[in-house]
Design a protein around this ligand. Structure first.
Ligand SMILES: NC(=O)c1ccc[n+]([C@@H]2O[C@H](COP(=O)([O-])OP(=O)(O)OC[C@H]3O[C@@H](n4cnc5c(N)ncnc54)[C@H](OP(=O)(O)O)[C@@H]3O)[C@@H](O)[C@H]2O)c1
Length: 381
C-alpha cells in the first residue's frame, strides 16, 4: 500500500530529540517532507539542517539571516499553522514550547509531543484544544509512548498505569549526601542519553513527576491510578494494568529512536536499520523496586502542586526550569532545587481555570521570580 508524504515541522530540531527525529526522517525520504525547522541558539548545526532539509520556513533565536539557503524566517506559531502542515514534532525543551504547540493544535495539526513541560503547564487546556480542532497528540516521550502502545487495541480502560523510573544519577545515594554534587555528576544518567534539563530533572525525579502529570492528561486517568516503580534497567518503558489484573508492558532498547519513529509514522511500523534491537536473552534480569519517596523531595512537591491544578502546574514548570538553570550555573546547590521551587510556588497567587495566556504568563513569572531570588536574570541557553 502506498503512503502519502507527511509534511512535518520540527520544533527544537537541534536538540537531542529533534536531531533523532531528523534521523528518522532521513531514513524515510519518501514518507516525510520537512516544511519547517525551529530551534534556539545553536546556529552552526541549525544552518547545516537548513542546507540539508531545505524547509520553506524556519525560526531561530540565533542571528542567522532572515533568508537562508532558500528558507525564510517566520514565527514558529505561523509555521506550524501553514495549510500544508500535517504533523508537528514538539521537541523544544521547557515552557518556551507552549505557544507553538497551542498554535498547532488550534490549526488542527497532529502533534508528536516530547516537550512534556507543555503538558505539565496546561494538560487540560491542551487536550480540550485538541478535541475541539480534531487534532491528535501523539506521545513522543518513552513512558507515555509505552502506555499508549499498551492501550492500543484495547476497548477497556486501564485500571492502573505503572510508570517505570531508572532512579536517575543518584539512585544509590541518600538525599542528604547530595549537598555538594556538581552539574557534571548530575548529568551522568545511568541509562539514557538526553538533553541537559531532562537529565537533571531525572536526577531529582522531577521528570518522573512530570510524566505522572503528563500521563494523567494524556490518558485521562485520575492521579490516584498512576504509580511509579523503580526499574533500573530502563527496558520496560511502562506498564498498564486492566480490570482483570492483566499487566501489559512495553519493552525495548533504551533509545528514543523507536519512540520517535512510532509517533511520526503512527499507525504504521516500518523496519529501519538505524534502530537498535534487543533480544530477550540480552535483557538479563529485570528488576522492579518500590520507590523510596524520601530520596526524592521534588517528586512529592511536584505531584502536590500538579494535583491542585489551576496555574500551579505552570508555576511548577517555570520554577523548575529556573532552578535547573541556577543549579547548572553553580548558583544553587542540588538539594536546594526543591526549596527554590517550593518558595516560588508558595508565593504564587493561583488562578483557577486559567486561559492559555495566563498559563504562559504564570510560567514566565515563576521563572523570573526564582531567578531573581538568586540575583540571576538571564538564561544560559
Ligand atoms: N532527550 C530525550 O531523550 C527526551 C526523552 C523524552 C522526552 N524529552 C523531552 O523532549 C524535550 C526536548 O528534550 P531534549 O533532551 O531534546 O532537549 P535539548 O537537547 O536541550 O534540546 C532542546 C531544543 O529546544 C531548543 N530550544 C531551547 N530553548 C528554546 C527557546 N527558548 N525557543 C526555541 N527553541 C528552544 C534548543 O535549541 P538550541 O539547542 O539550538 O538552543 C534545542 O533544539 C524536553 O521537553 C524533554 O523533557 C526528551
Amino acid at each position: 500500500m502506498g503512503h502519502s508524504v507527511k509534511n512535518i515541522v520540527i520544533l527544537g530540531s537541534t536538540g537531542s530529540v529533534g536531531t533523532q527525529a531528523l534521523d528518522i526522517i532521513r531514513a524515510f525520504p519518501d514518507r516525510f517532507e520537512v516544511v519547517g525547522l525551529c530551534n534556539g541558539r545553536n546556529s552552526q548545526l541549525f544552518k547545516r539542517q537548513l542546507e540539508e532539509f531545505k524547509p520553506q520556513y524556519f525560526n531561530t533565536l540565533s542571528d542567522i539571516e532572515k533568508d537562508y539557503a532558500g528558507s525564510k524566517f517566520a514565527a514558529a506559531e505561523e509555521i506550524v499553522s501553514l495549510l500544508d502542515v500535517d504533523l508537528v514534532m514538539a521537541s523544544t525543551v521547557g515552557c518556551a514550547g507552549m505557544g507553538a504547540v497551542i498554535a498547532a493544535l488550534r490549526a488542527g495539526k497532529d502533534v508528536a509531543l516530547a516537550n512534556k513541560e507543555v503538558v505539565v503547564m496546561a494538560g487540560d487546556l491542551l487536550f480540550k484544544e485538541a478535541v475541539s480542532s480534531g487534532s491528535r497528540i501523539l506521545p513522543a516521550d518513552s513512558e507515555p509512548s509505552a502506555i499508549w502502545q499498551c492501550l492500543e487495541g484495547e476497548d477497556s480502560p486501564a485500571s492502573r498505569l505503572i510508570i517505570t523510573a531508572s532512579g536517575g544519577a543518584f539512585r544509590d545515594r541518600t538525599w542528604k549526601s547530595l549537598t555538594d554534587v556538581t552539574p557534571e555528576e548530575a548529568l551522568k544518567h545511568p541509562t539514557w542519553v538526553m538533553g541537559s534539563k531532562i537529565t537533571i530533572d531525572s536526577a531529582t525525579l522531577m521528570n518522573k513527576a512530570f510524566e505522572v502529570i503528563e500521563s494523567r492528561w494524556m490518558f485521562d486517568i485520575p492521579f490516584e491510578q498512576i504509580d511509579v516503580t523503580i526499574h533500573r534497567q530502563s527496558i520496560v518503558h511502562s506498564m498498564v494494568e486492566f480490570a482483570d489484573g492483566t499487566l501489559k508492558a512495553q519493552l525495548g532498547p533504551t533509545s528514543m529512536l523507536q519512540v520517535i519513529q512510532h509517533a511520526l509514522m503512527y499507525p504504521d511500523r516500518q523496519p529501519n536499520d538505524a534502530l537498535p534491537v534487543m533480544d530477550a536473552v540480552s535483557m538479563g534480569s529485570l528488576t522492579f523496586e518500590e520507590m523510596d519517596r524520601s530520596l526524592y523531595p521534588c517528586f512529592e512537591l511536584a505531584l502536590d502542586y500538579g494535583k491542585q491544578g489551576g496555574t500551579y502546574p505552570a508555576a511548577l514548570a517555570g520554577a523548575d526550569e529556573a532552578a535547573v538553570e541556577l543549579f547548572s550555573k553553580g548558583k544553587l546547590g542540588f538539594t536546594e532545587i526543591p526549596d527554590a521551587v517550593e518558595k516560588t510556588l508558595s508565593d504564587h497567587v493561583v488562578i483557577s481555570n486559567p486561559s492559555v495566556e495566563e498559563t504562559i504568563e504564570t510560567a514566565a513569572w515563576a521563572m523570573k521570580t526564582t531567578l531573581n531570588r538568586h540575583n540571576e536574570n538571564t538564561f544560559l541557553s
